[in-house]
Design a protein around this ligand. Structure first.
Ligand code: NZQ
Ligand code: ZN
Length: 388
């Protein structure tokens, strides 16, 4: 394996009832809590009442920061930072999915930093010398794994850039993960989140080195689990086993464990993020459209790994096929799964305009972790193949 340093500073409390059991003690010492959430799903499913009830019982001053949108913007980060400063928040409690958690990570830094966090930390990798405001999260939808890393993906609307940074200092102090909180997630968002998890694993799996390593073995098991449990959760949205496996698999994919020793690709994420910057499309849906086409482009450069993916993840027999045909059968199985779970397969369905594609392609960062690094021209080719 390649050399690495591993640390994960987030303490996880997982399971049904964990918020009721642990939130009061985890917020002890914080007189003022900035309660952050999205568009209001937590008010409809009872999560808001449960959390505010506990905080009220503990005598907290609760200040609300609501309306965090999917694909959170830098403007929203600035709004949250102003609020956190004005109310002298001791703790940010982010309740939601990747968008709420990411926005709050950026707020936790912006609230304590005098300068412009976009310019100094997202536009370029800066060194964090201030202590961010403490952040705890309550996960309500599985997918990004943001609860257990320092990653925060923010969109600068003016510059049309959506980009992420992973600073260990931005890892939440604690993550409360109750799988029953995800029962109310609509099917479209559930499969999009599940596919995001699968995408994170594939972005790491399909990258050098390919010598025998623990990470690749773990990832094959994780991919199998996501596929199996997505199917089960579609059948029964209140299947606790399926929801809990999906929730923990999402964390496992992005808590840095399976990245150890791997170069990591994330070219498809780079492309989807820019697609999101221009179209505000759903993250998991954008990934679902791009993945199979991108893999058809790079499959020959990483042939042994694509063969292994076909055999070990999808259980496809060689049946007289040569390596290339077997590798392609694995990618076909991935594309069929995307159709089966109801995710889109064209950029047109996501609301992209054909005339935007050139500009979007030109704005995509090129990953150096790919089996074969792209050019902007080839990215445009992929976008065009995905269009309709
Ligand atoms: O806003 P509300 O009303 O709460 O509704 C949300 C939102 O519409 C809804 N939802 C959440 N929990 C629910 C629920 N609806 C019913 N019941 C519940 N329990 O779900 C919708 C989507 O939420 P969002 O947070 O946007 O989704 P997701 O978790 O997929 O996050 C996507 C964002 O995370 C970034 C993406 O780029 C995107 O901006 N990512 C963050 C990463 C990280 N920090 O590690 C890695 C990822 O690759 C990704 O880029
Ligand atoms: Zn993702």
């Amino acid at each position: 394996m390649n050399n690495f340093i591993f640390q994960n500073a987030t303490k996880v409390y997982f399971g049904a009832g964990c918020v009721r059991e642990y939130l009061a003690c985890l917020t002890r010492g914080a007189a003022t809590v900035l309660l952050a959430y999205g568009g209001g799903s937590i008010k409809r499913n009872g999560v808001y009442d449960e959390i505010t009830g506990i905080l009220r019982e503990e005598g907290k001053t609760v200040v609300e920061f609501s309306g965090i949108m999917s694909n959170p913007t830098y403007t929203k980060v600035q709004e949250g930072a102003r609020l956190a400063r004005d109310c002298r928040a001791d703790l940010i409690l982010a309740v939601g999915g990747g968008s709420v958690m990411d926005c709050c990570k950026a707020v936790s830094l912006a609230a304590r930093y005098e300068g412009d966090v976009w310019e100094d930390f997202w536009a370029r990798l800066g060194v964090i010398e201030v202590e961010p405001l403490p952040l705890g999260v309550v996960v309500t939808v599985a997918g990004t794994g943001s609860e257990c890393n320092g990653g925060a993906v923010i969109t600068h609307e003016g510059k049309k850039i959506k980009t992420g940074r992973d600073y260990p200092q931005l890892n939440p102090r604690f993550a409360l993960m109750d799988p029953t909180y995800t029962y109310s997630v609509p099917k479209g968002q559930m499969v999009s989140g599940g596919f995001d998890t699968l995408s994170h694993i594939m972005e790491i799996y399909f990258s050098p080195p390919d010598e025998d390593n623990v990470s690749d073995d773990l990832m094959e098991a994780l991919m199998g689990s996501v596929i199996r449990n997505l199917r089960a959760a579609i059948q029964n949205p209140e299947d606790y086993t399926a929801r809990s496996n999906l929730m923990w698999a999402a964390t496992m994919a992005e808590n840095r464990v399976v990245k150890m020793g791997k170069q990591c690709d994330f070219q498809v994420h780079n492309m989807e993020h820019q697609l999101g910057a221009y179209t505000d499309c759903n993250h998991g849906c954008g990934l679902a459209v791009l993945h199979p086409v991108y893999y058809r482009h790079i499959c020959q450069a990483g042939l042994p790994k694509f063969v292994r993916f076909a055999q070990r993840v999808w259980g496809i027999d060689r049946s007289g096929r040569d390596d290339l045909a077997l590798a392609q059968a694995g990618i076909d199985a991935l594309a069929a799964f995307i159709r089966e779970i109801g995710l889109p397969n064209t950029l047109k369905q996501l609301g992209a305009k054909e005339e935007q594609l050139q500009q979007i392609a030109a704005s995509c960062p090129i990953s150096q972790g790919s089996y074969r690094p792209m050019t902007s021209e080839e990215i445009l080719e992929i976008f065009r193949e995905c269009y309709a």
